[in-house]
Design a protein around this ligand. Structure first.
Ligand SMILES: Nc1ncnc2c1ncn2[C@@H]1O[C@H](COP(=O)(O)OP(=O)(O)O)[C@@H](O)[C@H]1O
Ligand SMILES: [Mg+2]
Length: 339
C-alpha cells in the first residue's frame, strides 16, 4: 500500500531544463522523509507537485491517499506547507497573519485567535506579535512561516528548506518543534541542503540531484554504502595535492575525493588501518608533509560527494560554475542502481 506521500515517475520540464526526471518517493505514514540535494536539484519542484501547486508533465502522486491531480482541493485540506514560497503577508502583523490562516481553514474567530496566540508563544514571536511582518528579521519570518503551516495540525506536512538561512540557535529550536510535530503522528516531507539536518530529523533520506533520486536509505545505510571507513588526509602544501591524490587513488578502495580549499583528500578504506599504514609509508617515502591523517567513519557529506561528485552545501558564488571546482571525484560516481 502506498504511503501517506507517494510519487511515481514524476517528470517536469521548464524549456530545456528537466527539473524532475522521474522522481519516485514513498513515505510511510508517521515518518519523515528528508529530500536532500543541492540548489537546483528539483526539491522545490517536487514539493510544488505534491502540494498541487504545479502539474507534472507525467507521473502520478498521492497524498493522504488522494490523487493530487484528481482531487487537488481535498489534498490541500489534508496538508500543511511551509517553505520558500509560502505567503506571509508583509503588511499584516504576525498575529494577523496567523489568525488569517486560521480563518482560511475555517476556524471560528475565537479559535483562530487562540491558536495564533499559542503559536506566537511557541515560536518566540510573542513580543513581536503586533508588529507588521515586514519589520521581522529573516529568522523571525521563517518562524512565522512555519507557525502558519501549523495553525491546523495536518496529517501530512511539507517543509521546503525550513531552516535555510537560520542561525544555529534558531535552527536547533526549529528542529525541536519539528520533532514534536512528528511525535504527534504527522507524516513529513522535508527538503534540505544540510546533511546534518537530514541526519538529525529524517527516518529515511532520498538524495536528489538533477531531478533524480540517486540514492535512498537511512542515514546509516547511506554511510555504509560508501564502503565502511574512509582514510582522510590533509596535506600541508597545496602543490602536493595531485601526487597525494594519485597515491590514494592507486591504493584506496573506491573513489578518491579531493577538496582543494581545505587541502583534504578522502578515500574509502575497506582494509581499515592497513590502508592507513600503506598511505603513510608512501607519503613518507615521497617526502610529502601532512597536517593530519586518520581513519574515520564516513559522514553524509562523503556519501553525497561520492554519489554526485560534488558537495551538497558547497555552493559556488553567483555567476560561477558548479561546485566541481572545489570538490570533485576522481572517478565517475557509479551508484545509480536506485533510480
Ligand atoms: N518556474 C520555473 N521556470 C523555469 N525553471 C524553473 C522553474 N522552477 C524551477 N526551475 C528550474 O528547475 C530546476 C529545479 O529547481 P528547484 O526544484 O527549484 O530546485 P531546488 O529546490 O532543489 O533548488 C532548476 O534548474 C531551476 O532553475
Ligand atoms: Mg528549492
Amino acid at each position: 500500500m502506498p504511503g501517506a506521500i507517494y510519487a511515481e515517475g514524476l517528470v517536469k520540464t521548464f524549456g530545456t531544463v528537466r527539473a524532475l526526471d522521474g522522481v519516485d518517493i514513498d513515505v510511510p505514514e508517521g515518518t519523515v522523509l528528508g529530500l536532500l540535494g543541492p540548489n537546483g536539484a528539483g526539491k522545490t519542484t517536487t514539493v510544488r507537485v505534491l502540494t498541487t501547486l504545479m502539474r507534472p508533465d507525467s507521473g502520478r502522486a498521492e497524498v493522504a491517499g488522494l490523487d493530487v491531480l484528481e482531487h487537488p482541493n481535498a489534498v490541500r485540506r489534508s496538508i500543511g506547507l511551509s517553505g520558500q514560497f509560502a505567503a506571509v503577508d508583509e503588511y499584516l502583523t504576525g498575529r494577523e497573519n496567523l489568525e488569517m490562516v486560521g480563518r482560511l481553514y475555517q476556524l471560528s474567530g475565537r479559535d483562530a485567535k487562540r491558536r495564533a496566540a499559542e503559536l506566537l508563544e511557541r515560536f518566540n514571536l510573542a513580543d513581536a506579535a503586533d508588529r507588521t511582518a515586514k519589520t521581522y528579521s529573516g529568522g523571525m519570518r521563517r518562524r512565522l512561516d512555519l507557525a502558519a503551516a501549523l495553525v491546523v495540525s495536518p496529517p501530512v506536512m511539507f517543509m521546503d528548506e525550513p531552516t535555510t538561512g537560520l542561525d544555529p540557535r534558531n535552527r536547533q529550536q526549529l528542529w525541536d518543534v519539528i520533532k514534536e510535530l512528528v511525535a504527534g503522528g504527522t507524516t513529513l516531507l522535508l527538503t534540505t541542503q544540510y546533511l546534518e539536518e537530514a541526519d538529525h530529523l529524517a527516518d529515511s533520506i532520498a538524495v536528489v540531484d538533477h531531478g533524480k533520486v540517486i540514492a535512498r536509505g537511512t542515514s546509516d545505510e547511506l554511510k555504509t554504502r560508501t564502503g565502511g571507513d574512509v582514510v582522510e588526509v590533509v596535506v600541508q602544501d597545496r602543490q602536493h595535492l595531485a601526487a597525494t591524490e594519485e597515491i590514494m587513488r592507486r591504493l584506496g578502495d573506491g573513489d578518491t575525493v579531493l577538496v582543494e580549499h581545505t587541502r583534504k583528500l578522502t578515500v574509502p578504506a575497506a582494509g581499515g588501518a592497513k590502508l592507513l599504514a600503506e598511505i603513510i609509508r608512501e607519503l613518507d617515502g615521497r617526502g610529502i608533509e601532512i597536517d593530519d591523517i586518520g581513519l574515520r567513519r564516513p559522514t553524509l557529506d562523503d556519501v553525497f560527494i561520492s554519489l554526485t561528485g560534488h558537495a551538497a552545501e558547497d555552493e559556488p558564488p553567483p555567476g560561477a560554475g558548479r561546485a566541481d571546482s572545489t570538490a570533485r571525484s576522481a572517478a565517475p560516481a557509479k551508484h545509480e542502481e536506485n533510480q
